[in-house]
Each structure stands twice: as structure tokens, then as C-alpha cells.
Write a protein of this length. Structure first.
Length: 119
């Protein structure tokens, strides 16, 4: 599975961005997908995840109610809609894929896309 994230950019606090992650590979639709981020000088942290067919989602508490993860299996694409952005959301965002059936270990990673939120 190969992953390509896009959609990052510069936005003012309170604004919105939508990240996309295109997955290639014939089994991509069966993988659990996740978004992670790494802020300057910090470790990588989990942001959100979604099981195949959108049956289950999970979020970091810091983004609950502001971010929404979704997927379009016909397009092999996962989205992260980010609303009410805060300066502390500034980070490089990565998408990742986890194999079935456990969907625990993220074995495939895309290159990140930078999100910068100005105050």
C-alpha cells in the first residue's frame, strides 16, 4: 500500500482545512486508516482513525468535536476535515494504514503534509 497525503497549508486560527490521503494497492480498501501529526520539537501523536467501510472511528481528545475523519472506498481516499483550527494544531500530518484484522499496527506511512495555523 502506498499513501499520498495532501491538503496542508497556512490558515488562520478558527479556520478550516481538509486533508486527503490517497491509497494505492488492490487491498487498500480493507485497511484501517489513521492520521497522525508531529509538531515541531515533539513526538508523533495519534489524531484520528477509521476502520474499513467507516464502521468505527476514533479521535484524540484534543481534536474531538473539531476534526472529522471519513473515507471514500470507491476512491481509495481518506479525509480529515479540520475545523476551528488552533495554533497548537500546527504540525506535519501523516496518514497511515493498518492491516486487518487487528488494525493496530500502522505498517504503511505516507509523506506528511504541513499544516500551519497562525494566531
Amino acid at each position: 500500500v502506498q499513501l499520498q497525503a495532501s491538503g496542508g497549508g497556512l490558515v488562520q486560527a478558527g479556520g478550516s482545512l481538509r486533508l486527503s490521503c490517497a491509497a494505492s494497492g488492490r487491498t487498500a480498501g480493507t485497511y484501517g486508516m489513521g492520521w497522525f501529526r508531529q509538531a515541531p520539537g515533539k513526538g508523533r501523536e495519534f489524531v484520528a482513525s477509521i476502520r474499513p467501510y467507516g464502521s468505527s472511528t476514533s479521535y484524540n481528545d484534543s481534536v474531538k468535536g473539531r476534526f472529522t475523519i471519513s473515507r471514500d472506498n470507491a476512491k481509495n481516499t481518506v479525509y480529515l476535515q479540520m475545523n476551528s483550527l488552533k495554533p497548537e494544531d500546527t504540525a506535519v500530518y501523516y496518514c497511515a494504514a493498518a492491516k486487518p484484522p487487528s488494525y493496530v499496527n500502522y505498517d504503511y506511512w505516507g509523506r506528511g503534509t504541513l499544516v500551519t495555523v497562525s494566531s
